[in-house]
Ligand binder design. Structure first.
Ligand SMILES: CC(C)(COP(=O)(O)OP(=O)(O)OC[C@H]1O[C@@H](n2cnc3c(N)ncnc32)[C@H](O)[C@@H]1OP(=O)(O)O)[C@@H](O)C(=O)NCCC(=O)NCCS
Length: 191
């Protein structure tokens, strides 16, 4: 397995992506993007989002640097230049601390929803994650949307989160077939 946290791979260059209704460029997130991404997330989830259970797994821990992706304003016509954002956080499952990724937050600017931006970001993010050697991805989200990427409730049924979530929305994906077999327990912080 390659080192998921490790050195440069040249895998995160901007790419056009055909999962959107027109090709969009998905670019690695840059440090300067942070304020615009926060603004997008405030709009999408509200400023009280830090109270959610998944934020217990994120608070004080950096997202996976190589797995932050954005879609930028193509023509400069919007006040917020970031039109879509996807990040992943590292987590560890159970007493044996099996490494996994927590997908999200993902958000698309309200004016740009329904164009396939989220689909493009997620397919790209999962592809890079797999190429970097990650094996398991978890998320809390709507199954009818995330099933298209292979996420299922069944794959997360032996796992729990450190707080209340609607269990039907707690989903898992194996980037490597069988990666979740026999894995069980509480999903914890990756520290
Ligand atoms: C969810 C979100 C990221 C989707 O972004 P998007 O770029 O519009 O998504 P896509 O264009 O890839 O997909 C849109 C399609 O998925 C459907 N869809 C979107 N959210 C859905 C959901 N929660 N459940 C089921 N279907 C959903 C849309 O109806 C649309 O269907 P269509 O193509 O048949 O018209 C965006 O709506 C958003 O930022 N929402 C607020 C933040 C949020 O809820 N994030 C996800 C938290 S788990």
């Amino acid at each position: 397995m390659s080192d998921p946290g490790g050195s440069d791979h040249g895998l995160v260059q901007p790419v056009s992506n055909c999962y959107a209704s027109r090709p969009v460029e998905i670019a690695p997130e840059q440090p300067d993007d942070a304020p615009a991404i926060e603004h997008l997330l405030d709009l999408a989830f509200g400023t009280d989002r830090m109270g959610k259970t998944v934020y217990k797994l994120r608070d004080g821990i950096a997202p996976v640097g190589k797995l932050g992706f954005v879609i930028r304003d193509a023509d400069g016509s919007h006040a917020n230049p970031i039109r879509g954002s996807l990040r992943f956080w590292p987590v560890a499952i159970g007493q044996t601390r099996v490494p996994a990724l927590l997908l999200g937050p993902i958000a698309v600017a309200p004016e740009d929803r329904g164009k396939g931006y989220a689909k493009a970001l997620i397919w790209h993010g999962l592809g890079v994650a797999r190429a970097l050697g990650h094996r398991i991805v978890l998320l809390v989200g709507d199954a009818p949307y995330y099933e298209q990427f292979g996420f299922t409730r069944a794959l997360a049924v032996e796992l729990s989160l450190p707080g209340w979530v609607d269990e039907a929305r707690f989903l898992g994906l194996e980037l490597v077939p069988g990666a979740l077999a026999g894995v069980q327990g509480l999903v914890g912080r990756a520290e």
